[in-house]
Design a protein around this ligand. Structure first.
Ligand SMILES: Cc1cc2nc3c(=O)[nH]c(=O)nc-3n(C[C@H](O)[C@H](O)[C@H](O)COP(=O)(O)OP(=O)(O)OC[C@H]3O[C@@H](n4cnc5c(N)ncnc54)[C@H](O)[C@@H]3O)c2cc1C
Length: 380
């Protein structure tokens, strides 16, 4: 049955994504994941398909409109079909382009932004610091004015796509303590005083490069400040809505895949003389998993609807991300259990999803921080 939430345009976009992922990514998924890398060509192919263009004006190579359902369809299909590391690497752009589109100079938008949107160049969002990621308002990376430049000192870590990106949206303190002292900068990889090192091996998202960025008196032209001085925190918070919605959608996709694969396996695998699916304990697991997938998907659609309706959605999206991360973790665990030992072997999608589940309750704002934000947005 056609989804009442999905227009013909979004359905066509979803179908083109599924074809792209099945043709270009799935055949290489295990090889790329084990290698911890994939060809740059894929970034450009994804760019040509419009993967980085939602919310970006056409004159900079974007689709010319924002659409939450479209972001959700994209997150869902990549989550369902692709290794998390490949999607995280590609999507490192999608979590940094909104402030550039909204606050960047014409020069940045015509040059770097259009290169990022086309997939020719990489972009990354740099907020988290070695001293902490949850307490964004108290970040310590500092920028001081020096003539026509700002001089940035400090470090950022866990930056997805950070080793290969050419451009970064970086939060730094230009004023006093607290959220009013934070500004956003557009930093290029060849600015003097900028360097990066890899964080090393990760539990999941193997195909993605993750960096620590070092700013040692890094000189940034004043025209590369995004928006007004001291307005960075608001821009970061607004931007988080896109990232968190995308993460929630990926979890819906991963949870659906766990359910689909579990049903297929339970129909094929026999124990005690009959297919697993005929054992009541397994049937109950499938019923519970299915109801949770439906709830996650419905909640995602509600958040998209509120977002499209122009409502303040930070609290709703925080609750959505929290809910999806808890339910998806449970579903991935049940899928592992239904597969038994077979799920413990590499090359099984359920094994990969299980490994890539934990980051969903940490990255882009942890469960604890989502709870805090949700309650604050309730006015409490
Ligand atoms: C694979 C990966 C990719 C990432 N990509 C990016 C990226 O591209 N860009 C970027 O900027 N960041 C990125 N991050 C960082 C991510 O957003 C942070 O890890 C996250 O915000 C948590 O920050 P932290 O790890 O410093 O934990 P901390 O802030 O040190 O917190 C540690 C734990 O304590 C909990 N905690 C903290 N404060 C409280 C409190 N007041 N009450 C209760 N509990 C609390 C947290 O929830 C967490 O569980 C990435 C992280 C990972 C793992």
């Amino acid at each position: 049955m056609k989804s009442p939430f999905e227009s013909d345009e979004i359905l066509a976009f979803r179908q083109s994504l599924v074809k792209f992922i099945e043709d270009e990514i799935v055949p290489h998924a295990d090889e790329w994941d084990e290698a911890g890398d994939f060809p740059w060509e894929l970034h450009e192919k994804a760019g040509a398909l419009g993967v980085f263009g939602i919310g970006i004006d056409e004159e900079y190579g974007g689709l010319g409109f924002e659409n939450a359902y479209m972001r959700a369809a994209m997150g869902e299909e990549f989550g369902r079909l692709a290794p998390g590391g490949v999607w995280a690497s590609l999507a490192s752009r999608n979590i940094m382009t909104a402030p550039v589109q909204q606050l960047g100079s014409e020069e940045i938008k015509r040059g770097p932004l259009s290169e990022i949107v086309s997939g020719r160049k990489g972009g990354a969002l740099a907020i988290t610091e070695p001293g902490g990621g949850s307490d964004v308002a108290n970040m310590t990376t500092r920028a001081k004015r020096d003539g026509d430049d700002w001089i940035i000192d400090g470090a950022k870590t866990f930056i997805t796509g950070g080793m290969k990106a050419s451009y970064y949206v970086v939060g730094a303190r230009t004023g006093g303590q607290g959220l009013e002292g934070i500004s956003l900068f557009f930093v290029e990889e060849d600015f003097p005083g900028f360097s990066r090192t890899s964080v090393g091996k990760k539990m999941g998202w193997w195909a993605s490069d993750t960096a620590t960025l070092h700013f040692d008196s890094c000189r940034v032209p004043a025209k590369n400040m995004l928006g007004e001085e001291g307005q960075g925190f608001l821009a970061i918070m607004h931007n988080f809505n896109f990232e968190r919605l995308g993460l929630a959608a990926s979890m819906v996709g991963m949870a659906k895949r766990c359910l689909e694969d579990s049903i297929r396996y339970a129909q094929e695998r026999e124990t005690f003389g009959r297919p697993l699916i005929q054992h009541q304990a397994i049937r109950h697991k499938i019923a519970d998993m299915s109801s949770k997938v439906d709830a996650m998907e419905s909640y995602l659609n509600q958040a998209c609807w509120l977002s499209e309706d122009g409502q303040r959605v930070a609290g709703d999206i925080a609750k959505l991300k929290l809910f999806c991360s808890k339910e998806h973790e449970w579903i991935a665990n049940e899928a592992m259990q239904i597969f038994g030992g077979a799920a413990y072997l590499r090359g099984n999608m359920v094994e990969r999803i299980y490994r890539e589940t934990k980051v969903m309750s940490i990255g882009g704002g942890s469960q604890e921080i989502m709870r805090d934000l949700a309650v604050r947005q309730m006015g409490l």
